[in-house]
Write a protein that binds this ligand. Structure first.
Ligand SMILES: *[C@@H]1O[C@H](CO)[C@@H](O)[C@H](O)[C@H]1NC(C)=O
Ligand SMILES: *[C@@H]1O[C@H](CO)[C@@H](O)[C@H](O)[C@H]1NC(C)=O
Ligand SMILES: *[C@@H]1O[C@H](CO)[C@@H](O)[C@H](O)[C@H]1NC(C)=O
Ligand SMILES: *[C@@H]1O[C@H](CO)[C@@H](O)[C@H](O)[C@H]1NC(C)=O
Ligand SMILES: *[C@@H]1O[C@H](CO)[C@@H](O)[C@H](O)[C@H]1NC(C)=O
Ligand SMILES: *[C@@H]1O[C@H](CO)[C@@H](O)[C@H](O)[C@H]1NC(C)=O
Ligand SMILES: *[C@@H]1O[C@H](CO)[C@@H](O)[C@H](O)[C@H]1NC(C)=O
Length: 194
């Protein structure tokens, strides 16, 4: 019984410790989400919605930038609509996230590098720089956020087909599912009419 109690205590300690460790990276992202959406509300714009493909891409890019080790000028690795960011193997990263090139052209990639990702510095890096004009633009409706070490990456997308980061495969699946449902519906209609 005592052993059981002891292992229970150890287990609880372990879980608390794990959470303590995992918090920091997650925390930085959560702070930024809340801060960016607060910023959007202050500009009378809608919250960013979570775009999971954009988040996947942000995560892959953060992984690439992490390899640089030290912080360097992050603006060098950003992208504006219609341009590709200066990130190693960018096309491969798109592919890994099942994003079709043509659905990414209007998206933008905004990395910053801040020692220990201090939330206040990160936030002001986004809102007090050349990046601010993208945050203050109602055309960007979705976002994905990821971080690795000192790098934070925000990927913004639109709700149009040229910037929603959707993948070809899922789009085709949706269309064929739609056709299938339509055929089924028409079939049922014909059966009930005759
Ligand atoms: C926007 O996001 C905040 C949290 O970040 C939430 O409290 C609020 O309800 C959201 N607003 C809308 C309109 O979804
Ligand atoms: C791309 O980034 C590297 C540093 O990683 C830099 O040396 C190079 O000048 C950059 N190229 C462009 C076109 O921004
Ligand atoms: C990258 O950033 C450095 C430091 O600000 C700058 O001198 C350089 O011109 C940038 N490179 C490119 C290609 O933009
Ligand atoms: C962000 O803040 C750091 C200071 O911590 C600064 O060196 C850097 O140039 C800023 N901008 C970006 C895009 O990271
Ligand atoms: C945001 O954009 C609007 C115009 O679209 C402009 O009037 C306003 O000053 C901008 N605000 C900031 C903080 O950039
Ligand atoms: C939003 O996108 C439309 C269509 O591409 C464009 O005409 C408009 O100028 C954009 N608005 C802003 C604030 O960038
Ligand atoms: C796209 O976003 C704009 C601005 O938030 C909104 O007015 C429009 O209805 C949205 N369109 C779709 C198809 O969701």
């Amino acid at each position: 019984m005592a052993i059981l109690k002891l292992s229970l205590v150890l287990l609880v300690l372990h879980v608390v410790q794990l959470q303590g460790n995992a918090m920091s990276d997650c925390d930085a992202q959560t702070y930024l989400w809340d801060d960016l959406n607060g910023y959007r509300r202050s500009l009378h714009l809608n919250n960013f919605t979570d775009n999971s493909n954009a988040a996947c891409l942000a995560n892959k890019i953060a992984g690439q930038l992490k390899k640089k080790g030290t912080c360097e000028n992050a603006f060098n690795h950003s992208s504006t609509p219609g341009t590709k960011p200066n990130v190693t193997d960018f096309d491969k990263l798109l592919h890994k996230c099942d994003i079709k090139d043509k659905h990414a052209v209007d998206g933008i990639i905004l990395p910053v590098c801040v020692p220990r990702l201090d939330p206040i510095v990160v936030f002001s890096n986004y809102t007090k720089s050349q990046y601010a004009k993208y945050l203050n633009n109602s055309n960007y409706t979705g976002a994905g956020i990821a971080s690795e070490n000192n790098w934070m990456v925000v990927v913004l997308g639109t709700n149009t087909t040229s910037g929603n980061f959707s993948g070809a495969a899922s789009l085709i699946a949706n269309i064929s599912m739609g056709n299938y449902m339509l055929a089924l519906f028409l079939g049922l209609l014909l059966v009930s009419v005759s």
